[in-house]
Design a protein around this ligand. Structure first.
Ligand code: THU
Length: 135
């Protein structure tokens, strides 16, 4: 089921622009209406200006009209199970629910572990947080 997402994430990983870290990453999103978007990390010589694979994939989803994330797969060439960084957890959460599945993949074998956004980002700062506390 998530294997097609893994395949998309892996082919995105092969497009990574990661000349500084030499740590290629790929991500693929399935939206709740069945569309798939992928992305790779893009590094910049001024290091903080680079961005993550998940961020590229989210940008593609937004440019296609937006949507909600049903599941997302992440794969890194050099890691057995690449977990989204803190910033990407917040970005994914923007378009997800605590039940959204996050597949951590091994580039050779596929999905190693599936976790939820609720597990990755508990007690999150969420859209309804902006409303503040009702007196
Ligand atoms: N990276 C991602 O693309 N996604 C993550 O969730 C973790 C880190 C990238 C950023 C940078 O280009 C490289 O991996 C090393 O940190």
């Amino acid at each position: 089921m998530a294997e097609d997402l893994f395949a998309k994430a892996k082919s995105a990983m092969r497009k990574a622009h990661a000349p500084y870290s030499k740590f290629p990453v790929g991500a693929a999103i399935r939206t709740t209406d069945g569309r798939i978007f992928s992305g790779c990390n893009v590094e910049v010589v001024s290091f903080p200006e680079g961005w993550c694979a998940e961020t590229t994939a989210i940008g593609h989803m937004v440019m296609d009209g937006g949507g909600r994330i049903a599941e997302i797969a992440v794969v890194a060439e050099k890691l057995r199970a690449c977990s989204p960084c803190g910033g990407c957890r917040q970005r994914i959460a923007e378009f997800a629910t605590p039940q959204t599945r996050v597949h951590l993949c091994d580039a050779r074998t596929g999905v190693v572990e599936t976790v939820t956004m609720g597990e990755l980002l508990p007690h999150s700062f969420a859209t309804d947080s902006l409303a503040g506390v009702e007196e």
